[in-house]
Design a protein around this ligand. Structure first.
Ligand code: AMP
Length: 279
């Protein structure tokens, strides 16, 4: 597996492949890779001839009191995992490559970025949109795969690529879970063993709420019940549990069109997110 560190090397490698008639898939990550990330690589391999993966812990998507400095970094282990998963190239840009001195540009995606995590983490989706736009433009792959685990982020990126005519197909891939239902996440490493035992309640609460919603319970009631069950289980705080239209992420009361229930909640110092399709 080739490792490159500059935007020019990334573009040269991808365009070489494309000149040979090969299709290139791309998987942006922040590293601390787990099977969820590797499932995106596998998905990309089914859709493309070559797969490039970026690892960059992007500071602009972390708030001032968030976990940027303690976010897990394990470059060597990540590269070994990618090699094992059949990745063809890893892109490891340093800070100066992504944010050259005097960097002054920021992309804001309205509407779909507002509410949910956008309301709890001001500036987060601008940071995401800006770094993803840069990564896609630096590499110009044929397609890029993103996880439904970060469902609002996926919708923000779909909107971004459409609005800015970025010529990359965006593919969403399902959330990979632990056997007890907990969505795999780099942040699960922060959980104490006691918190880890409680964490699957998030998936269970969403599953139960989805059943109630399909049976006709209004969203307000179903989400309140889910929230209360999380607090009873030992979650410290629920940032939100909401039913939204699956594309626009507008609030909905009953899942008549494809809808998604999305949640973010705190277990101790760790913020977990998850979401499920409702119909
Ligand atoms: P991150 O490294 O957390 O920025 O995630 C990089 C990509 O992996 C994003 O597209 C995430 O949505 C995706 N991802 C993270 N966790 C999972 C998971 N459990 N299943 C599928 N995709 C995931």
């Amino acid at each position: 597996m080739k490792a490159v560190r500059s935007p020019a090397e990334l573009r040269a490698s991808i365009s070489d492949w494309q000149r040979q008639g090969l299709k290139v898939g791309f998987v942006p990550t922040m590293g601390a890779l787990h099977e969820g990330h590797l499932s995106l690589v596998e998905r990309a391999k089914t859709l493309a001839d070559k797969v490039a993966v970026s690892i960059f812990v992007n500071p602009t998507q972390f708030g001032p009191n968030e976990d940027f400095t303690r976010y897990p970094r394990q470059e060597a282990a990540d590269q070994a995992l990618l090699e094992g998963a059949g990745g063809d190239l890893v892109y490891l840009p340093d800070m100066a490559a992504m944010y050259p001195q005097g960097f002054a540009t920021s992309i804001t995606v309205a509407h779909v970025s507002e509410g949910l995590c956008g309301a709890c983490r001001p500036g987060h989706f601008s940071g995401v949109a800006t770094v993803v736009a840069k990564l896609l433009l630096q590499g110009l792959p044929d397609l890029a795969v993103f996880g439904e685990k970060d469902y609002q982020q996926l919708q923000v990126i779909r909107r971004l690529v459409l609005d800015l005519d970025i010529p990359v197909r965006i593919v969403g891939a399902p959330t990979l879970r632990e056997s007890d239902g907990l969505a795999k996440s780099s942040r699960n490493a922060y959980l104490t063993s006691e918190e880890r035992a409680i964490a699957p309640r998030l998936f269970q609460a969403l599953t139960e709420a989805a059943v109630s919603l399909r049976a006709g319970l209004p969203a307000g009631q179903a989400c309140l019940q889910a929230s209360q069950s999380l607090l009873r289980a030992g979650f410290a705080k629920v940032d939100y549990i909401e039913l939204r239209d699956a594309q626009s992420l507008e609030p909905v009361d009953h899942p008549t069109a494809p809808a998604r229930i999305l949640a973010a909640a705190w277990l101790g110092r760790t913020r977990l997110i998850d979401n499920l399709p409702v119909c």
